[in-house]
Design a protein around this ligand. Structure first.
Ligand code: BG6
Length: 508
């Protein structure tokens, strides 16, 4: 892999969690793999006034605690922290950006960086436009003496209108190809592997369509609750937080047509086409196609777990969903009539993200099964944890007769003992440095995804009669979500059992 050209990475929000838990450890891993530019510096920018030395010490501790490297070499950590700098600024004060400009010029000379700057906004989204505006005004977005790239994190707006407005504001200042919108799911190795599984193997693609696939199911479950993010989460909910971005991107990669090349736009154009083909869920059909839920208090392995409404920062009468399941269709030749089911939730029994392709059953059932249930083949792409691919198929049980058993052909990434699966941020930071925008969401993708979400948001906002179901923390969400899946005895795939010892499903 090539090394990026010399550059300076400016991180706004450098005193925040994202910087210390994800960004700095990811940069350190790139350093260990010798994938950083020959001359590279970080300029941390934050509101907190701390010295460069204290910033370096804090980041040293973060690397030790959060690095993906099994045992970070402390000598290497110390060497790395020498490239870290820090300055306190008020993000809203233009005069501070002029000081930043001077500091960057000095660093550029020291690091021979030819004024290549990347600006990472690890800040609340409400500051993206302000920071970009001040940087532009200070001449820091001008690319005549080196590239200037802007990284922003989701959420990109909170609905279609605000998403459009954000894009508009940014486009008035900088061009789309300077913007890198992070959806960290696209940085996950196994999410990218969906493309390879589909388009590097001859055996799957001929079956990857309405003729052979019965339904597609995507689950992204978390066992944790909202933790310290109650304030943010209560104004967001699972639909905005996970579905509009991470889950739809996984739908895009699963359903897209083969791209003509690996060119960033070739791939993103195909994902966009999937989003454009999503059959809108009519407001009136929301209760039939979308199930929302909220976790209630329960006992998991003997321990009491707080209900969502009693988490810090959450309104006691909140109707924000911590679980959502959606059934929808993709209106195109490949997928016409094939239902897609997606679900995500907090406080579910386990942390698992997987894409399940359910193939159609054989047209005639010749063989007997011990269970009496005719199974169908499933291809399960395990995004996390225990990344891998599982194919479920029928096999003859040894012995007389033709008894059939469903067995697994299972590949685990962990079997590749010498290969460490890189973190999403490692991959994404490296890609911004080399200018590869394939794994970043484009303006039109974001807006089209909001368009799909909009009627669901409206139905919930305009019609309080649309139910929100309580589910005990540690269970698989409201049991009515099974009703979305039509067909005799069909349910979601449950990778493990409920953990809660008590509690009943209810309507809130
Ligand atoms: C974030 C959401 O984008 O993704 C969080 O805001 C969620 O609420 C997280 O917990 C899940 O990411 P991962 O990589 O742990 O699956």
């Amino acid at each position: 892999m090539e090394n990026p050209v010399n550059l300076i990475l400016v991180i706004f929000g450098a005193s925040g969690d994202l910087t210390s838990r994800k960004l700095i450890p990811a940069l350190f891993s790139l350093k260990v793999q010798k994938l950083l530019p020959e001359k590279f510096a970080v300029m941390g920018v934050g509101r907190t006034s701390i010295s460069v030395n204290d910033f370096r010490k804090k980041m040293r501790e973060s690397i030790i605690s959060f690095s993906e490297e099994k045992k970070p070499d402390l000598k290497q950590v110390d060497q790395f922290t020498e490239c870290l700098n820090y300055m306190a600024i008020d993000n809203t004060l233009f005069a501070d950006y002029e000081k930043l400009k001077i500091n960057l010029q000095e660093l550029s000379e020291e690091y021979d960086s030819a004024s290549n700057y990347i600006f990472y906004m690890a800040t609340p989204p409400s500051l993206y436009a302000t920071i970009s505006e001040n940087l532009t005004k200070a001449g820091l977005a001008d690319q005549s003496s080196g590239f200037r790239r802007f990284i922003i994190e989701k959420p990109f707006g909170y609905d279609l209108q605000s998403g459009r407005e954000l894009n508009k504001k940014l486009h008035n200042l900088i061009s789309e190809n300077q913007i890198y919108r992070i959806d960290h799911y696209l940085g996950k190795e196994t999410v990218q592997n969906v493309l390879v599984t589909r388009f590097a193997n001859g055996i799957f693609e001929p079956l990857w369509n309405r003729n052979y696939i019965h339904r597609v199911e995507i689950t992204s479950a978390e066992s944790i609750g909202v933790e310290e993010r109650g304030g943010y989460y209560d104004s967001s909910g699972a639909l905005r937080d996970m579905v509009q971005n991470h889950l739809l991107q996984m739908v895009g990669l699963t359903a897209m047509e083969p791209p003509s090349s690996l060119d960033p736009d070739a791939i993103r154009n195909e994902i966009l086409k999937v989003f454009q083909s999503l059959q809108p869920v009519k407001e009136a059909d929301v209760p039939k196609q979308v199930i929302r839920g909220q976790y209630t208090g329960s006992t998991i392995r003997g321990e009491c777990v707080t209900g969502y409404r009693y988490e810090n920062g959450v309104a006691r009468d909140s109707r924000t969903e911590t679980f959502v399941a959606v059934k929808f269709f993709i209106n195109n030749w490949r997928w016409g009539g094939v239902p897609f089911y997606i679900r995500t939730g907090k406080r579910l029994p386990t942390r698992v993200t997987e894409i399940v392709i359910h193939f159609k059953r054989t047209p005639h059932h010749l063989f007997q099964r011990e269970t009496g249930i005719v199974t169908s083949n499933q291809l399960i792409i395990r995004i996390q944890p225990d990344e891998g691919i599982l194919l479920k198929f029928d096999m003859k049980e040894p012995g007389s007769g033709f008894n059939v058993k469903n067995v697994n052909m299972d590949f685990h990434y962990s079997d590749l003992a010498d290969i460490r699966v890189p973190s999403a941020y490692e991959r994404l930071l490296y890609d911004v440095m080399t200018g590869d925008s394939t794994l970043f969401s484009r303006d039109d993708e974001v807006e089209t995804a909001w368009k799909f979400i909009e009627p669901i948001q409206s139905a919930w906002a305009n019609n309080p009669a649309v139910k929100i179901y309580g589910y005990p923390a540690g269970t698989w969400g409201p049991s009515v979500s099974n009703d979305l899946i039509e067909g005799c005895g069909l349910t979601w795939r449950y990778p493990c059992k409920n953990l809660a010892d008590d509690g009943l499903y209810c309507e809130l």
